[in-house]
Design a protein around this ligand. Sequence first.
Ligand code: 5GP
Length: 212
Amino acid sequence: MSNDDAPSVQRRGLMLVLSSPSGAGKTTLSRQLLGNDSQISLSISCTTRDKRPGEKDGVDYRFIDTATFRGMIDRGEFLEHATVYTNRYGTLKSEVLGRLREGRDVLLTVDVQGAASIQAEARRDPEMAAALVTVFLTPQTLSELERRLQKRNQNTPADAAKRLGEARREIARWGEFEYLIISTSIAEDVRRMLAIVDAEKMRASRSAAPEL
Ligand code: 5GP
């Protein structure tokens, strides 16, 4: 029986916070990570932005209107929320906290503001601090990001230019994260992310004591 199946092991889940500037490949990396590690589940965020072609409500995001979003803030339903460009995004407590307590790993893909809010919360909450792992994904250069944004072709030129300016400010905050993945290929990015998850699970502070 592996350690993960053993009922006596009370492993708490990892709260994997993955941030990157828009267009850096975070969505692809998350999908691949989820496909490679069945213990990790995705926290599905709420957003007020319009659905892009191919996106599904309840799978990619919960697409909600601004009034509903405000109501959820008032009821304290978000772990963190932020305005990104002109839209609002938020991580639901219900997507994260219960799963961590059940020992399941949860992946949150949020912008740098979201990651900073979660880190601030973790400074107040030791339980969250024990679960938190922060990773920043970025291409080597801004021109590489520009190329990826153009390739994605889901944004208007004005929107892409705005995202690029924002990306520069976001990349400047890479030092706030525990891990930095300079994106090379999808396969290599996934390998590194899995290596981070593996190593974090083996931290002595998270492991059950060996039997003596
Ligand atoms: P997009 O509109 O391209 O899907 O996402 C725009 C940005 O918002 C991305 O950096 C994405 O990671 C971020 N984002 C998505 N969900 C959340 C969330 O729940 N909270 C925060 N703070 N950012 C989010």
